[in-house]
Design a protein around this ligand. Structure first.
Ligand SMILES: CC(=O)N[C@H](C=O)[C@@H](O)[C@H](O)[C@H](O)COP(=O)(O)O
Length: 224
């Protein structure tokens, strides 16, 4: 197994993605979030955006998973849709590059994406929504398969994380990233217990507006 995978194995990845255009959405603040996350025990960091990644690379030594999110007019794929994004993330210092691994219309094929990630010398992670996609990405040579997109490809977003997908991907021999809705320490632990090799937590660590609203909304219920 690659050294990088060994470094993050059975660890927490802190996804430092502030709410878009919110008061915490700046490279300096994202770098501070990343530094604080490492102090708290994160073994890796997930970062969106090339400028954020450059700032975080200077601030931490742990492995960084880089992504670029784009809203495209003709494709639902948002996570690292273009080959230029892969090149820019690698240049900015990403160790691992994640791309959307779903089976949906996309500007660049998944085969082209993994070829480019390998060319730039990074490990490849696929953000999948179901087992079939995960197995396909595993076959293509992705180093990490994540449950990231489960619940986000249509219909109502579930409350719970997708443990079944984590279990199934583990059984199939993937290096599994539990990701998506692991909003408490106990849920994150359950991901590892279900078979994840790492777990990524984002909203519950770094989207302060969301975290505060969870508390505020709950407190409102007591006043009724
Ligand atoms: C679906 C999608 O676009 N997920 C994104 C991927 O980078 C992020 O918005 C999530 O915050 C991340 O996956 C971590 O998940 P959670 O915030 O639930 O801990």
């Amino acid at each position: 197994m690659s050294n990088l995978l060994d470094e993050i194995k059975y660890g927490l990845i802190a996804s430092c993605q502030p709410v878009d255009d919110g008061p915490m959405d700046s490279p300096e603040i994202v770098a501070a979030m990343a530094k604080a996350s490492v102090i708290g025990g994160a073994k890796g960091i997930r970062i969106e955006g090339v400028e954020n990644l450059k700032a975080v690379r200077k601030a931490v030594d742990v492995p960084i998973i880089g992504i670029v999110k784009r809203d495209l007019p003709d494709s639902p794929v948002r996570i690292t849709p273009f080959l230029e994004d892969i090149e820019a993330l690698a240049k900015a210092g990403a160790d691992i590059i994640a791309v959307d691994g779903t089976n949906r219309p996309r500007p660049v094929t998944i085969e082209q994406a993994i070829k480019k990630i390998k060319e730039v010398g990074c490990l490849a992670m696929a953000d999948c929504s179901n087992l079939e996609e995960g197995l396909h990405c595993q076959q293509l040579g992705f180093d990490i398969v994540g449950s990231t997109m489960s619940g986000y490809t249509g219909g109502e977003i579930p409350k719970e994380p997708d443990y079944q997908l984590v279990k199934d991907l583990n059984k199939a021999g993937c290096f599994v990233m539990g990701e998506g809705r692991y909003n408490t320490p106990e849920l994150a632990r359950s991901a590892i217990e279900a078979g994840a090799h790492c777990v990524t937590v984002g909203s519950a660590l770094t989207r302060l507006e969301h975290i505060v609203s969870w508390f505020a909304d709950e407190i409102k219920l007591a006043n009724k």
